[in-house]
Design a protein around this ligand. Structure first.
Ligand code: PBG
Length: 326
């Protein structure tokens, strides 16, 4: 008897069958939506290299937050643009800083939404680096002290989770200790553990006005060529008390995401960054890509690689698209 031929196409024939055997799902539950808060009222300022994204004053941010919550998006990731920048980024840890105000406002008015805050200094420092600069060098330990203050000030404002993105050594441990001391033992840390020195942050730096004024970030963010080192960074952050770890960017680092999921099996986030968003938007505007399909394919790939949480500027578009498909 000849072996009957196995025909993989049998399971591809009908849409309902394809649904039954689908291995990966991108759902609204997986999404985190990054937003940019600015001082003022009635501000909704378009970001050039991120079509569809705006810098929002708090009143406008609240409308965006309600919108996101009504679509079932579980969380915002809040970034802030300060009134003034200085050498030590003092608005980053000011009680009435832009992020602290935004967190309070969202927590007061939109209960069904988690507020995660980005803990960093680069938007707040005059030199645009993610820490304290001395003699042209970003100094690790003094930066960590300030970052811990930033995290505590966010928790005091009501943040549900803090997300350090600075890549200083030892910052997760310092933030955990500072949070615990301030009685925020229940506030989780989502660590940007494997954050690469990436060209794909370009549009974000325009949006957040956070480009370094001298040099670059390669002395603290990771070399894009390294994957083994990413595992070491993740192990360190877990040791220091990270609750969720992150790989960033997402699409050019799917191998790192896959390895991280396999090796650690802990909750894993991937940040599909501004440049990934800009690429798809630009190609779509030129008529070169079907934006909706490319968006779903790219973000489903991030989930397939192993990310549990997908941070994306497309969050609302994905939510809308999933709703339409139901
Ligand atoms: C701050 C920070 C950056 C991003 C998130 N947090 C910029 C950077 O490190 O230069 C990038 C996000 C994006 O590109 O969407 N350190």
């Amino acid at each position: 008897m000849p072996q009957p031929m196995f025909r993989p196409r049998r399971l591809r024939e009908k849409a309902l069958l394809r649904r039954l055997v689908r291995e990966t799902r991108l759902t609204v539950d997986d999404l985190v939506y990054p937003v940019f808060a600015v001082h003022g009222r009635g501000v909704r300022e378009a970001i050039g290299a991120m079509p569809g994204q705006c810098r929002l004053s708090i009143d406008e941010l609240l409308r965006e937050a309600k919108d996101a919550a009504s679509m079932g998006i579980p969380a915002l990731l809040v970034f802030g643009l300060p009134e003034d920048k200085d050498a030590r980024g003092s608005e980053a840890y000011a009680e009435d800083g832009i992020v602290q105000q935004a967190v309070r406002a969202v927590k007061d008015t939109v209960p069904d939404l988690l507020v995660i805050t980005d803990v960093c200094l680069c938007q707040y420092t005059s030199h645009g680096h993610c820490g304290v600069v001395e003699q042209g060098v970003v100094k690790n330990d003094p930066s960590v002290e300030l970052l811990a203050r930033v995290a505590v000030s966010h928790a005091e404002a009501g943040a549900d989770m803090v997300a350090p993105s600075d890549m200083m050594d030892g910052r997760v441990a310092a933030i955990r200790e500072a949070l615990d001391e301030a009685s925020f033992v229940e506030t989780p840390i989502m660590a940007y553990s494997a954050k690469y020195a990436s060209a794909f942050y370009g549009p974000f730096r325009e949006a957040a006005d956070s480009a370094p004024q001298f040099g670059d970030r390669r002395a603290y963010q990771m070399d894009p060529a390294n994957a083994q080192e990413a595992m070491r960074e993740i192990a360190l952050d877990l040791d220091e008390g990270a609750d969720i770890v992150m790989v960033k960017p997402a699409l050019p680092y799917l191998d790192v995401i896959a390895r991280a999921k396999q090796e650690f099996g802990v909750p894993l986030a991937a940040y599909s960054v501004s440049g990934e968003y800009a690429m798809l938007k630009a190609a779509a505007q030129l008529g070169w890509l079907d934006e909706d399909r490319a968006m779903m394919e790219a973000l489903t790939a991030v989930r397939r690689a192993g990310a549990d949480i997908v941070i994306t500027y497309f969050a609302k578009d994905v939510a809308r698209r999933l709703e339409r498909a139901r």
